[in-house]
Write a protein that binds this ligand. Structure first.
Ligand code: XBP
Ligand code: MG
Length: 259
């Protein structure tokens, strides 16, 4: 088995629980500012999450849930403008310290750095949102912890397409079996699996009941020594929280199952 070289993280729902109290709130603030009476409640937003990417999600909402809306002639520009306003509101919420990292994330990132395991990001969210989250939670300079940040429109096809993971692997010059990906959603694992990456899933309230077939393991959280994870699918080999030893054990376990 090849040595573990890098960890590749999804952002929304994985590094932090950003959707319900972050992105959703920011979309609604942008709609209100534009004089639109659209209101994405917690339940509706769960349905809209089936489409990744904020601009794509706005269009999906209009196609599926608000067909009476009269679209302006410059529709793409209109959506892009709304989305830019949403990004401003979202990064403002992060700056207010509203969204922490999920427990265990900072510990794992620091351990990986100490052991010279390379770090990267593969997300559909806008690059500014990634910088804001990392700076606001880990402090200035945390962005440099990540060798590659694959985000937003850098690839034309967002998750569930594998393109963003291919982009990151190519930029790092690594094979998928030298890496482990971290995801929280069905769309996320479709993307990482198609890129042949062993994937550890940590679910959240929006994704708990989704299909994660093909995951190396599915957990309810990263876990900490004093608040261990619950295993929802797979074998954690007696480990109780995600650290490098646990990741190595899961890689070994899943490669022997595959053989
Ligand atoms: C995240 C997304 C993003 C965010 C919003 O999916 O789908 O669209 O919800 O961010 P994943 P933007 O965690 O699978 O990357 O509005 O910046 O797109
Ligand atoms: Mg996600």
């Amino acid at each position: 088995m090849k040595r573990l070289q890098a960890l590749i993280f999804d952002v929304d729902g994985t590094l932090a629980d950003t959707e319900r109290d972050g992105h959703r709130v920011a979309f609604n603030l942008a709609f209100a500012e534009a004089g639109l009476d659209w209101e994405w409640n917690v339940e509706l937003y769960g349905e809209l999450l089936s489409v990744t990417g904020g601009k794509e999600r706005i269009k999906f909402y209009l196609d599926r849930y608000n067909t009476d809306f009269r679209r302006p002639g410059n529709f793409d520009e209109f959506v892009a403008g709304l989305h830019a306003a949403k990004t401003t509101f979202y990064t403002r919420l992060l700056a207010q310290g509203e969204i922490p990292l999920r427990s265990g994330v900072e510990r794992l990132l620091r351990e990986a750095r100490e052991r010279n395991i390379r770090l990267a990001i593969a997300t559909t969210t806008t690059p500014e949102n990634v910088s804001a989250l990392l700076n606001c939670t880990l402090g200035d300079g945390a962005l440099e912890w990540f060798e590659v940040i694959g985000a937003g429109d850098v690839v034309p096809a967002k998750k569930p397409a594998p393109d963003i993971y291919h982009y990151v692997l190519e930029a790092m010059n690594l094979a998928p079996e030298e890496c482990v990906a971290f995801e929280d959603s069905h769309n996320g694992i479709l993307s990482s699996r198609e890129a042949r990456l062993p994937t550890i899933v940590t679910v959240n309230d929006y994704t708990r009941d989704q299909d994660f077939s093909g995951a190396a393991i599915v957990l309810d959280r990263f876990g900490e020594p004093d608040s261990p994870f619950q295993v929802l699918q797979g074998n954690a080999c007696s480990h109780r929280y995600v650290d490098i030893a646990m990741i190595e054990a899961v890689r070994k376990e899943t490669s022997s199952v595959r053989r």
